[in-house]
Design a protein around this ligand. Sequence first.
Ligand SMILES: [Zn+2]
Length: 141
Amino acid sequence: MADQDQDLLDVDPYDPGDGSLLVFRWKQAGRDNLATRRQLREMGLRPGGQEPVARIECRGGKRFAWLYRIDLAKPKRPMTLAKEAALDKAMAARQTCGTCRRRYFHCLPLKTLGSCLECFDGTPADPASYIAPPAKHLLAS
Ligand SMILES: [Zn+2]
């Protein structure tokens, strides 16, 4: 009797004892839609409140990790990203030359010069110190 979890995972789960979770031996599972908490973190995700759907075991169950569904995982730290995007926007205003629209990696003397040094007096700017226009937003699209 094949259940849908077995179809989803394409492995041979055996009864963990309490009947509640699938258990896989390490490296055995073809876990297309499953990941450990650590693997989720590497993908920039977090379990997001879901219960683990399976357990993966290594060396006779001495080491194990919970497996979570990737499609139910949530992005990690959305608030921080939003904050960084807002901060980046504020920084962009202070780093972008109003004349040539280059965005520099440092703040410009916009209050005194109103532009970058190259636009102000012709001092060549180091090409490594700015992003050529059109200025690309670093974090948000
Ligand atoms: Zn400029």
